[in-house]
Write a protein of this length. Structure first.
Length: 402
């Protein structure tokens, strides 16, 4: 898109904030929850101060557009003045963050094309990460160990091919996808539901800092905004909007990940699903997506094949594939445990054969395969990390469809 007045994003300078940056921060504080209306005005050539004046007159006569808008205006309206935005600028400097606006040349094109694109993004890290070839990985917070391993493996495999991983920094699938990308030395982007200075969950502060080294942590809401429940669906549209497509790894029937899927479909994005166990509630939502036509995937090679026309050459498989890629091309699960030997493989195949007859507890398996507990535990761990079995909360192991 070709916005007028294109300029580099406003960055920390160590001195007084540029007036232009303060105008955008003021606009964000007052109107962060009116992205469509503000976007239309910006595309029509209006300046931030003109938009603020226009909306202020409407709000003064009681024309608030939604309860959600009222909430953010009540929370931040009194801080939109000179002292409030100057304080924001100082906090952004402390975070090493910048202000990225719809008028900046580096604003990501995929996001800019959306009618509800955020007029202002606060970015900690590199804005270049937002324009890279990106794929989102989303799923359950209370995920099974198998699903967490699958998310981490996909994040690692895709990042090793040069694909940037986007997710929401949440517990469970999100965090594992980010960690997988970092393990591969790749790039990942975390989109927050609250303010850039309100990392949620708080135990992921170190993970957010690691992501920002070569990737980015972004938020569309003003600094200081608490990550309230109603902000997460809004965050999800940015996750899908930045991405070429989204991968769903284990989602219950009422999972928030399905909201991201709805955004993705409305935005014309691809949707892929990692098939989950049909027993138990853990993958009911994601398996339902498969019935409705989403594409089932096994590994990163499936994603790269589907996106071949949208990825740069460096993201596609080549003769110099990494050790993760070699496993993908053979259709094998990547093992994260110790290198296996033929005897270990036969033990694992025996366990899979038994689980093919139905779920079994650890005690059942010990008696039927005649292994000592330590040897069985190692085999079960290898199978779980490879995405071939899952241990549910009732203590039974299930074989996974592949």
């Amino acid at each position: 898109m070709d916005f007028s007045e294109s300029a580099p994003p406003s960055r920390s300078t160590g001195g007084r904030a540029p007036e232009q940056a303060l105008d955008w921060l003021r606009l964000q504080r007052a109107l962060a929850f009116h992205p469509e209306a503000v976007g239309r005005a910006l595309r029509g050539g209006a300046t931030p101060d003109r938009i603020l004046a226009l909306f202020k007159s409407r709000l003064e006569v009681g024309c608030r557009t939604s309860p959600r808008a009222s909430a953010v205006e009540d929370e931040h309206g009194e801080n939109a003045g000179a002292r409030g935005v100057e304080r924001d600028w100082r906090r952004l400097e402390a975070l090493g963050a910048c202000v990225l606006t719809m008028r900046d040349a580096s604003y990501p094109e995929r996001l800019a094309a959306l009618p509800d694109a955020p007029p202002v993004l606060l970015v900690r890290g590199g804005v270049h990460a937002l324009a890279a070839p990106t794929v989102a990985i989303v799923g359950a917070r209370a995920a099974t160990r198998s699903a967490r391993g699958q998310a981490r493996r996909l994040g690692r495999e895709l990042a090793a091919r040069g694909v940037t991983i986007v997710s929401g920094l949440a517990r469970g699938i999100d965090a594992e996808a980010h960690r997988g990308a970092l393990e591969a030395g790749g790039r990942t982007v975390a989109v927050l539901a609250g303010g850039l200075d309100r990392t949620y969950p708080p135990e992921h502060r170190d993970l957010a800092a690691e992501i920002a080294v070569d990737g980015a942590v972004v938020s569309e809401v003003p600094l200081g905004t608490a990550p309230r429940r109603e902000l997460f669906p809004l965050r999800n549209r940015i996750i899908s909007g930045l991405s070429l497509g989204i991968i769903v790894v284990e989602a219950r029937r009422r999972s928030g990940s399905l909201i991201t899927v709805r955004h993705a479909l409305n935005q014309g994005r691809e949707v892929w699903v990692v098939p989950g166990s049909s027993e138990g509630p853990f993958a009911e939502g994601s398996n339902l997506l498969l019935r409705e036509g989403a594409r089932a995937i096994r590994n990163a090679a499936d994603i790269v094949e589907d996106l071949a026309g949208s990825l740069p050459q460096r993201c596609r498989p080549s003769g110099s594939a990494s050790r993760w890629d070699d496993a993908d091309e053979r259709g094998e699960a990547t093992r994260l445990g110790p290198a296996s030997d033929p005897q270990g493989d036969s033990v694992e195949e025996g366990i899979l054969a038994l689980l093919g007859e139905g779920p079994a507890t650890r005690e059942d398996l010990i008696s039927r395969v005649e292994l000592d507990p330590g040897r069985l535990a190692q085999a079960l761990l290898n199978l779980e990390l490879g995405g071939r079995i899952v241990e549910e909360h009732d203590g039974r192991f299930h074989a996974c469809w592949r």
